[in-house]
Design a protein around this ligand. Structure first.
Ligand code: FES
Length: 156
């Protein structure tokens, strides 16, 4: 059966096909170049090494931030003087959290999520507890690592 009339001319069809191919090729190339130029972008590290004296001396019931890859990490000293390292990112939609010393809780301002000082989600939309890290002191260094990850920090 022959179609007498079409809304799309052969030229329009071929131009659209070529434009789509150029767009797909350009996007793929740009993505590959970005991955090559910034290989760690968006990735979280397995561990970070900090200067121990900068963190161990913080007052009780307070936090001190550190960089966990491109995300916020918090070094926390509770009211008993115990120290913890945790990811300072809400488990709901990844907003940064803050510590409220007067309430002794972590707070996410994005959707009013609350976590107790053990990181347990107690109020609001966060679906799970905060992520805590392992921490160890090695000489002058404070090594903070993802739980369960065995690391050998570089000597020197
Ligand atoms: S992102 Fe934290 S409560 Fe929604």
């Amino acid at each position: 059966m022959k179609i007498d009339y079409s809304c799309v001319t052969r030229r329009t069809f071929l131009n659209t096909l070529l434009g789509g191919w150029i767009l797909a090729f350009g996007s793929g190339t740009l993505y590959a170049l970005c991955k090559f130029a910034f290989p760690t972008l968006g990735k979280e590290p397995d561990f970070v090494i900090l200067k121990a004296s900068d963190y161990l001396e913080i007052p009780v019931n307070s936090v001190k931030p550190f960089a966990w890859g491109g995300k916020l990490g918090l070094f926390f000293k509770n009211t008993k003087g115990d120290t913890f390292a945790l990811k300072g990112v809400c488990t709901h939609m990844e907003c940064n959290i803050t510590y409220k010393p007067e309430a002794m809780k972590f707070y996410c301002a994005c959707h009013k999520g609350w976590f107790d000082e053990t990181g347990r989600n107690i109020e609001g939309p966060p679906p799970k507890p905060l992520e805590f890290f392992d921490s160890a002191i090695e000489g002058e260094k404070l090594v903070i690592s993802r739980k369960g990850v065995k690391i050998e920090p570089p000597k020197a």
